[in-house]
Ligand binder design. Structure first.
Ligand code: ARG
Ligand code: ZN
Length: 874
């Protein structure tokens, strides 16, 4: 059943207070909910509550009177209580079966402990309730459970009474003074260890911080704790926002559908985004922990204090909170590297979404299953939309706009328009046209051309946006376009611009028409423009720069992001030239000499940050290259990219090995593992170089030695990934060694599956299919599923698109199986099959056949059904 934004109506009844009693047994739970309701719409005589099919209704009681079955109607999805008064208290008892809940939505068990996931619509599987974000109430919770098995009992807000009960049971009470929607509710009962700390807010309030995890994992929680304290400080410094409860609790669970959840005062996290030690987590994992801890913390204001009116507004909290966590990570680490990472992710995950059958706008206007809209578009493009506003109105007006937003809307459930209005009012800038970014799907293309007019340059920017499902025609967008100029001798220039404004990092052009021309005064011959600095808008950029100009920017642009981006552009064009030259399985071309030389210069550059060098030499992925072809040729892309690596490795063998050795020596001279910027950079560069070294005659020796000498997961996993995808003698032994070393460490065993899922070896697909039967593989654990199946389908273009359709069949079969266990996880796997339009007719047919097979399977969920149907619609 499709739901439309245009049909929104405000709630007929408001819930004002919610009292919940959780009576927990080993496998079942009895929930008593006592809610006071108030009629808002006099036209509605019946109270309609949401519910789910997995719970049993035990009783309904209105103002102290038990209701007979004629007083209410229960369906699979609702409970309707007939002819209720204007104000009343409704008490409902339900029975739940958390031990059987493999959907990981509502109340479920993970690792023997009880936990919940309510966003978006999980609360309705706990009790009957108006489960929509614009119904905000004050919650009181009491939990009762066996004391020995479940010593820890948690819920939202501040702790209240605790005590013992007969038969070895105990209870705990919680009170959350801030009105909240049901999706922010959480309850936890378990046998858990805790890492505790405190934080003093800027106004002097003491907050107790606790991270709950399995006892054995506590030593891996220190990084998360430090990140939490840093987040609290950052939000005070940058936005003046303070924490508002006496406690901040975090629980880490091994079975979780997403990354983490911002429940008020009680975040529930996937262990992947809490646990980190040098031995078990890579440097990237450490960064992700910091980013996600920040993200959930920042939700306390952007999401919890001010929430969404309805789920179409999801980006109101997610786009804004991603923007905030990106800024947090930039401020703590390196702004340029963080931007490169974020843009790489946007291009890898969001651009394909925008270009495929599942394209939707940042604020979608219809859906069947809201869980299908927790997407890169809503999150990451949504963050880009906020970033563009920030750039258009400036940091100061943005900060003022945030203050205005909280002054106006604290304690409310609001829309994306309300946010934009606060920014418009704080800055005086009209954002009407800008808001098209919320309603129009698709990635615009900007085409930049230059024309000389005497001493001046006329720079013309043309924009267009391709049709997307349901949106054949697009209006021009309003966007910020930052650029610079590099003079003929490599010096930065700042020529006056007719209607651009020079800022610290470049000249800001505001684009709002489909074609705009800017006049730059007195630009010396031989100057080169540095375009779309810091990626100020989420667009495809086309330009008329020659190879020589790109090479010039690559060595002279001082803006690190622009320098990285032009290098990617150059490499992409060059690898695609090789792809095009394939005939009868053989490349007819070799890598351009100038490109090879430039690569050598970068490799030898000792003046730049090693992490940045690593970014420059990391080639565009196979997926990325495919996006730039009309018809993706998976095998040719793989071959051409490998050929490129081999030729670089051949041409620069000595520099590569020398640079690698130097990095390793510098690391070995350090007393211990460190997460400082320089050490991370050295690991990053040497590990990236392994990919080139692999293709040389000393490849096997160096890679295996790298593996054997590794004292941390960053190095160990880098070597494992290269080796798993190689023909080296040592391959099987090292894979076995890794498995035995880490058996029982779930997050590391995930990496073992991942390394094999990414293998490009000829026999990789067969191996992946067999791994489904490995005793450590599991359909019920989302992390394990993702590390094998999602990584394969999403990142192993060569084998997913195997010409005989085996990759597609494999995926389709898994989707149908997992759908029975966990529809949300199954639905996440559909997108790769949906992108058939970009393949050749033979593969298109195979992909559609697999999609048909899913659609024809018995009892598929709405989650999967919605995405498959959209993927098949032409
Ligand atoms: N609000 C969470 C976050 O981004 C995501 C939870 C979404 N869960 C879901 N099942 N759709 O921080
Ligand atoms: Zn979020």
């Amino acid at each position: 059943q499709e739901i439309f934004l245009k049909d929104y109506t405000s709630p007929a009844f408001m819930a004002e207070t919610v009292d919940l009693l959780f009576d927990l047994d080993e496998d079942t739970a009895i929930v008593t909910s006592r809610v006071t309701y108030k009629r808002m719409d006099s036209g509605q005589s019946n109270l309609v509550l949401n519910g789910g099919e997995f719970m049993k209704l035990l009783s309904v009681n209105l103002d102290g009177h038990l209701l007979g079955e004629d007083a209410y109607v229960v369906t699979e999805e609702t409970l309707t209580v007939k002819s209720v008064p204007d104000v009343f208290t409704l008490t409902i008892q339900t029975e739940l079966y958390p031990a059987d809940n493999t959907r990981l939505e509502g109340l479920y068990k993970s690792g023997g402990n009880f936990c919940t996931q309510c966003e978006a619509e999980g609360f309705r599987h706990i009790t009957y309730f108006p489960d929509r974000p614009d119904v905000m109430a004050v919650y009181t919770v009491r939990i009762e459970a066996d004391k020995a098995r479940y010593p820890i009992l948690l819920s939202n807000g501040n702790p209240g009474k605790t005590g013992d009960l007969p038969e070895g049971r105990h209870f705990a009470e919680w009170y959350d003074p801030y009105p909240k929607p049901s999706y922010l509710f959480a309850v936890v009962a378990g046998n858990l260890g805790v890492l505790s700390d405190t934080y003093k807010t800027k106004s002097g309030k003491r907050v107790d911080l606790n991270i709950y995890a399995a006892e054995a994992d506590l030593e891996k929680c220190h990084h998360a704790m430090a990140a939490l304290k840093a987040s609290m400080k950052w939000d005070e410094d940058v936005f003046g926002l303070e924490y508002d409860l006496d406690v901040y609790n975090i629980l880490a669970v091994g079975d979780f559908n997403m990354g983490a959840m911002e429940n008020k005062g009680l975040n529930v996290f996937n262990t992947k985004y809490v646990l980190a030690s040098p031995e078990t987590a890579t440097d990237a994992d450490f960064d992700h922990v910091e980013g996600v801890i920040g993200h959930e913390y920042f939700h306390n204001w952007t999401g919890n204090r001010v929430t969404c009116r309805d789920w179409f507004q999801l980006s109101l909290k997610e786009g804004l909170t991603v923007f905030r966590d990106q800024e947090f990570s930039s401020d703590l680490g390196s702004r340029a590297l963080k931007r490169i990472d974020d843009v790489r992710l946007l291009r890898a995950a969001q651009f394909p979404e925008d270009a495929g059958p599942l394209a939707h706008s940042v604020r979608p206007d219809h859906y069947v299953e809201i869980n299908n809209f927790y997407t890169a578009t809503v999150y990451n493009k949504g963050a880009e939309v906020i970033r563009m506003m920030h750039r258009l109105i400036g940091a100061q007006a943005f900060r003022k706009g945030m203050e205005l937003y909280f002054n106006r809307h604290d304690g409310q459930a609001v829309t994306c328009d309300d946010f934009a209005a606060a920014m418009q009012d704080s800055s005086g800038k009209n954002l009407d046209q800008f808001k098209l970014w919320y309603s129009q799907a698709g990635t615009p293309t900007l085409t930049v051309t230059r024309e000389r007019d005497g001493g001046d340059i006329l720079l013309t920017v043309h924009q267009s946006c391709p049709p997307t499902p349901g949106q054949p025609e697009k209006e021009p967008n309003h966007l910020p376009f930052l650029m610079g100029w590099i003079g003929p001798n490599g010096e930065p220039l700042e020529p006056a611009c007719s209607n651009g404004v020079w800022q610290e990092d470049g000249c800001l052009l505001e684009i709002s028409n489909s074609t705009e021309t800017f006049r730059f005064k007195d630009v010396p011959t031989g100057s080169v423009p540095s375009l779309l600095r810091t990626f100020t808008a989420p667009v495809h950029l086309k330009h008329d720069l020659s190879k020589e100009e790109k090479l010039f920017l690559m060595s002279h642009d001082r803006d690190p992001f622009a320098r990285w981006d032009i290098t990617q552009d150059l490499l992409r064009v060059e690898i695609l030239r090789l792809v095009d030259s394939y005939k009868d399985g053989k490349a007819q071309e070799t890598v351009d000499k100038d490109v090879l030389d430039a690569f050598g210069t970068v490799l030898a550059d000792e003046s730049a940050d090693p992490a940045f060098i690593a970014e420059l030499i990391l080639l565009p992925s196979e997926n990325d290259l495919g996006q730039y072809m009309d018809v993706i040729k998976p095998e040719e892309i793989y071959l051409a990219r490998t050929q490129f690596i081999s030729q670089v490795a051949d041409a620069h063998r000595d520099i590569v090995l020398e640079r690698y050795k130097k990095c390793r020596e510098m690391l070995e001279n350090q007393a211990q593992y460190s997460l400082d910027k320089n050490s991370k950079g050295l690991r990053r560069l040497s590990n990236t170089l392994l990919g080139f070294i692999k293709q040389t005659s000393s490849g096997e020796d160096v890679c295996c030695e790298h593996y054997n000498n590794a004292t941390n997961m960053t190095d160990q996993f880098a070597a494992l990934s290269v080796i798993a995808s190689s023909e080296f003698q040592c391959r099987n032994e090292i894979l076995a060694n890794f498995y035995h070393q880490w058996k029982g460490e779930d997050l590391v065993i995930d990496k073992w599956f991942m390394a094999q899922a990414m293998s490009r070896r000829d026999d990789a697909l067969e191996n992946i299919v067999n791994l489904i039967d490995h005793p450590d593989f599991s359909l019920t654990n989302p992390n394990r599923m993702r590390s094998l199946v999602m990584v394969f389908a999403g990142q192993n273009q060569r084998h997913f698109h195997a010409n005989d359709g085996r990759g597609y069949n494999f995926l389709a079969e898994i989707i149908v199986k997992v759908d029975k266990v966990n529809p949300q996880v199954a639905a996440r796997l559909v997108a790769p099959l949906g992108r058939w339009k970009k393949l050749d007719p033979h593969r298109q047919k195979l992909m559609k056949t697999s999609l048909d097979a899913i659609l024809n399977a018995k009892h598929i969920s709405d989650d999967v059904g919605e995405l498959v149907a959209k993927s098949l619609a032409t």
